[in-house]
Design a binder for this molecule. Structure first.
Ligand code: C2O
Length: 548
């Protein structure tokens, strides 16, 4: 194993997209930011220096961070932000994970432009559990706003309304040639006839689940969220923000140019969304586009994409995942948790100006788990407060169940629409075996929620539609070869069940990876002790940990 050192400088950089130049916050002036490529077992040391005018932190999405919670990154959860002019060095070791992950800012909406890939190759000398691909290409799917994303979310927070939707989706930072002023920068993905290549696809979009497909080519899924999967073949992928999918693609079509395309999978009713399509071009090396310049070459072949609300295609895909072999799923559970995930509305206080209550009917949007709308502290991180036993920051009373049972996916009575705010954690004993049923609610609107847990991978035992029924749905649990993920797309008007062993002490946030839902409170934290009293005996914070 080796140690890699990197420097990330957060800075404002002029970036031209969709015919306009905007000062964007980037890492080292790049959009997307630098790709980190390591081997399983390596240690990463990344010094982040903040030369921008916003507070920032970086999160290494999906990295287990075994006992290195101080390096996890979510602002006010495991650290205070790196202030303008400050710096912080993240140190962590890759332990047992292989495949595709990524990193992103975990402050406000900075991750719109502060993100990049984190590729984990097998241990040196080890190989993939599939034939070695000829080429590897990473495709980061993103979202672009013509306005400054920080201003977009600030405005939404001020008015209580839904934020403006993005102006484009992107592949490796480029909208692609269906958008104006974008065709010459369209990403080209090379392939040769007969060769099989690996595509690492990452959904780094802020607020949108995406379908992804390639014209005329089949995709064989071999991994997701840095865990290998039993290979299966499909034409269309669906990725929630935070999720990654590794696929093999073979150059078995007539040499030509084929579009790779992504656009929204959006399950909410009557809500605005960005309905545009981003493209890259799969180009056979024997059919390069040298002819395109003089107009003699034809347009790439465009693939059909599912309709934006095609839940059948999405769920056919997400339920196809299996682990490559039988795995050790905990069969007994110590913590049987049931969390509702959904939206809500807060009535506006009487003295609020109406300019600050622009949600439906003079309300403000909110979101919650088990009716608790999560609020971040602002003068200390939750992990610091937990490790140092500082009272009054986070309470250990996050409910194991919703305050009362109701028909979650039916016509929910308005009295249940208004959650309570709080900074509540759920305490977990070190080593306990945890099951969480994640149940979408139809409060305001039913919607897919990509739920991400920090510090852990978990098994997804089952998912389904309607209200989770402990009697009948337990029989559907896959306890043999369920897939391992760090982000699960809880289906619209449905549920998903996850299991993990609490073997990593610390304060770990679980949240919806649609950023606007974090703003509205769709999050909670697990507080995991170290088996010896509280956290006092785990590593103390590094000396350069930013304080508030
Ligand atoms: Cu990728 Cu808490 O996030």
């Amino acid at each position: 194993p080796r140690t890699q050192n990197h420097e990330f400088v957060i800075q404002a950089t002029p970036v031209k997209r969709l015919c306009k130049t905007q000062n964007s916050i980037t890492v080292n002036g790049q959009l997307p930011g630098p790709t980190l490529e390591v081997n399983n077992g390596d240690t990463l040391v990344i010094k982040v220096t903040n030369k921008a005018r916003y507070n920032v932190t970086i999160h290494w999405h999906g990295i287990r961070q075994m006992r290195t919670g101080w390096a996890d990154g979510p602002e006010f959860v495991t650290q205070c932000p790196i202030r303008p002019g400050g710096s912080y060095t993240y140190r962590f070791t890759i332990q047992g994970q292989e495949g595709t992950l990524w990193w992103h800012a975990h402050s406000s909406w900075l991750r719109a432009t502060v993100y990049g890939a984190l590729i984990i190759h097998p241990k040196q000398g080890d190989s993939y559990p599939f034939p070695k691909p000829k080429r590897e290409t990473t495709l980061l799917l993103g979202e672009w706003w013509n306005a400054n994303p920080i201003d977009v979310v600030r405005e939404a927070t001020r008015t209580g309304a839904a934020p403006n939707v993005s102006d484009a989706y992107t592949i490796n930072g480029q909208p692609g040639d269906l958008y104006k002023c974008s065709s010459k920068d369209t990403v080209i993905v090379p392939i040769d006839s007969g060769e099989t290549n690996l595509l690492r696809i990452i959904n780094a979009a802020l607020n949108q689940q995406l379908f992804f497909t390639v014209a005329n080519h089949k995709l064989t899924v071999v991994g997701a969220d840095a865990s290998y999967t039993k290979p299966f073949t499909t034409t269309t992928l669906m990725l929630g923000p935070g999720q990654t999918t590794d696929v093999l693609i073979t150059g078995d079509q007539p040499p030509s140019r084929y579009y790779m395309a992504a656009r929204a999978y959006f399950s909410a009713q009557n809500a605005a969304f960005d309905n545009t399509t981003t493209t890259a071009i799969l180009e056979y090396k024997s059919a390069p586009c040298s002819n395109c310049k003089n107009g003699s070459s034809t347009k790439p072949v465009m693939p059909p994409l599912p309709a934006y609300n095609d839940t059948n295609t999405s769920s056919a895909f997400t339920t196809s995942f299996r682990s490559p072999r039988k795995v050790e799923v905990p069969t007994e559970i110590d913590e049987n948790l049931f969390f509702t995930v959904g939206l809500g509305l807060n009535n506006c206080p009487k003295n609020f100006p109406s300019s600050r209550c622009q949600g439906p009917n003079g309300t403000r949007f909110t979101a919650s788990m088990n009716n608790v709308s999560f609020v971040l502290p602002n003068n200390i991180s939750i992990l610091q407060a937990y490790q140092q036993n500082i009272p009054g920051v986070v309470t250990s009373d996050f409910p194991a169940n919703p305050p009362r049972q109701f028909d979650y996916t039916g016509n929910v009575s308005q009295s249940l629409w208004q959650p309570n705010s709080g900074t509540k954690g759920y305490p977990l004993k070190y080593g306990s075996r945890v099951q969480v049923v994640l149940q979408d609610t139809s409060i305001v609107t039913p919607e897919n929620h990509p739920i991400h847990l920090h510090g852990y991978d978990f098994y997804v035992l089952a998912e389904g539609f309607g209200n989770f029924n402990a009697k009948t749905d337990t029989k559907k649990f896959n306890l043999v070869d369920p897939p391992m993920r760090n982000t699960v797309a809880v289906p619209v008007n449905g549920w998903a069940v996850i299991r993990f062993v609490a073997d990593n002490p610390g304060a770990w946030i679980m949240h919806c990876h649609l950023d606007v839902h974090i703003n509205w409170g769709l999050a909670m934290v697990f507080l995991v002790d170290n088996g010896v009293g509280k956290l006092q005996s785990i590593e103390s914070p590094p000396s350069d940990l930013p304080l508030c």
